[in-house]
Write a protein that binds this ligand. Structure first.
Ligand code: SF4
Length: 446
């Protein structure tokens, strides 16, 4: 069994989205009334495309292209403000991701924050999250982040081995990562998170643990461990790199055990949170989130939308040009309208794969039916030892007035990328396969 089938970051996957017509965000704007929504801004610029990257990002863009992009973002913000003003929308979390947000110059970063503050209302006590990168982190930029009240800084380190970083096609070296992380830690952000990758050709359990041990000397609040995927269209695929799933799984088991032993709570297959830290688990199954810029996804009720999925630099540039020419940002041209059944699946997937699991009572009150009846496969998984009813570990959650939870076991957690894809509906699976076939044909990769 290959445990690494697919990362169920969200459901449905963007490759199941299709062109839409006659759909306006105006109809869905009432769902953004009041508090508790997410706001996401995508900065799609990178210094160089990493070997494994299938995120929406372009390279080689100068100041002028970034200015054009930010002009379009500002127009989008102004239109969304007008749309949301009758509903008093307030956002509890603002995330600036990419790409490499800190590739922006200091003036551009200030422009971004000013723009977001001008057009949107952030709740008191809101989270502001930003992704940073070793090569782009400096004092001036970090001072802006402190001034703007950023609460969580995340950095993609991936490894402290130069050899592994070179295999991954990362532009930074271990030295830059050390210096950047050391600098970030001096600013006292409430949460500092670092990302690492395992399953890298040439990587061993020993070298992975060496990276993690070094990371711990910086006392991060959270660590994310990502298995290496080589997906269609990425540079490593062209170099015919095929990750060794067995080696990756062994590394995962050792590394996850190591982090738990070091006092981290494992919230999902990827996420490890320092025990005693402030981070709570997040409700993410039915939440609303509005994306700004090109490449980010919006989730508003049953409407999920974004620009068409693109991987290569050429495709991403084309989408970027289309985005910058957009006249009406409330006209939704690409996405999916979820059926009630798909919403239930999304709820299950988003909760089961993340601590503390699915709240059975909440599920029943949302959907008017029983989880185990709706998804009989869960009973089989229980017999396999992959899921379980909650135990004393979730006592704290229960004390907050919550009910009974269905959660992954330790083995189940490690198999998240094998189990999650089994919850995809046949209709979504078909749409994803159609996309793979078309994409493979157009790129000659399948
Ligand atoms: S992995 Fe991150 S830094 Fe690398 S190209 Fe992709 S978005 Fe840019």
């Amino acid at each position: 069994m290959n445990p690494y089938q697919q990362y169920m970051y969200s459901y449905p996957h963007k490759t199941a989205y299709r062109p839409l017509s006659g759909v306006s965000l105006k109809e869905y704007a009432p769902l953004l009334a009041g508090k508790g929504h997410g706001l996401y801004l995508h900065i799609p610029f990178c210094q160089e495309k990493c070997g494994y990257c299938n995120l929406f990002s372009v390279t080689g863009q100068g100041e002028e292209s970034i200015r054009r992009y930010l002009d379009a973002v500002e127009r989008q913000c102004a239109q969304y403000e007008k749309l949301l003003s009758p509903y008093a929308a307030e956002f509890s979390e603002l995330t600036i991701g990419g790409g490499t947000p800190l590739l922006l110059g200091e003036g551009q970063m200030e422009r971004v924050f000013d723009c977001l503050k001008k057009y949107f209302c952030l709740e008191k006590g809101r989270e502001i999250v930003i992704e940073t990168a070793p090569n782009q982190t400096n004092r001036k930029k970090l001072e802006i982040l402190v001034r703007e009240g950023v609460t969580r800084v995340s950095m993609g380190i991936q490894s402290f081995s130069d050899q592994e970083l070179s295999v991954l096609g990362r532009r930074h070296g271990a030295k830059q990562a050390r210096e950047a992380l050391g600098l970030i830690k001096t600013y006292g952000f409430p949460c500092v998170n670092v990302d690492f990758i395992y399953g890298v050709p040439g990587q061993t359990v020993t070298s992975l643990l060496a990276s993690l041990k070094e990371a711990l000397t910086f006392a991060p609040d959270e660590i994310f461990l990502y298995p290496l995927y080589v997906k269609h269209g990425v540079r490593m695929e062209r170099a015919r790199v095929v990750p060794d799933a067995e080696a990756a799984y062994l590394q995962y088991r050792e590394a996850s055990g190591f982090l738990r032993g070091e006092g981290f709570r494992q919230d999902s297959m990827r996420r490890f949170v320092r025990r005693g830290g402030k981070r709570e688990f997040s409700e993410c199954g039915l939440g609303t989130s509005l994306a700004l810029g090109c490449g980010g996804r919006s989730y508003v009720g049953k409407l999920h939308f974004c620009s068409p999925y693109a991987i290569t630099g050429k495709e991403c540039l084309k989408r970027l040009e289309e985005y910058e020419k957009t006249v009406d940002f409330t006209d939704v041209r690409h996405g999916i309208l979820l059926s009630e059944e798909e919403i239930q699946r999304r709820y299950l997937i988003r909760h089961l794969l993340i601590y503390p699991g699915v709240d059975i009572q909440k599920y029943e009150s949302c959907f008017g039916s029983g989880l185990m009846e709706d998804f009989p496969v869960l009973q089989d998984w229980m017999e396999e030892g992959w899921v379980r009813w909650n135990d004393s570990q979730e006592k704290k959650v229960q004390e907050k007035g919550r009910g009974k939870f269905l959660a992954l076991t330790q083995t189940g957690l490690g198999l998240s990328d094998f189990l999650g894809p089994r919850l995809i509906s046949p209709g979504i699976q078909k749409a994803m396969e159609e996309w793979e076939e078309m994409y493979g044909r157009s790129h000659g990769t399948l």
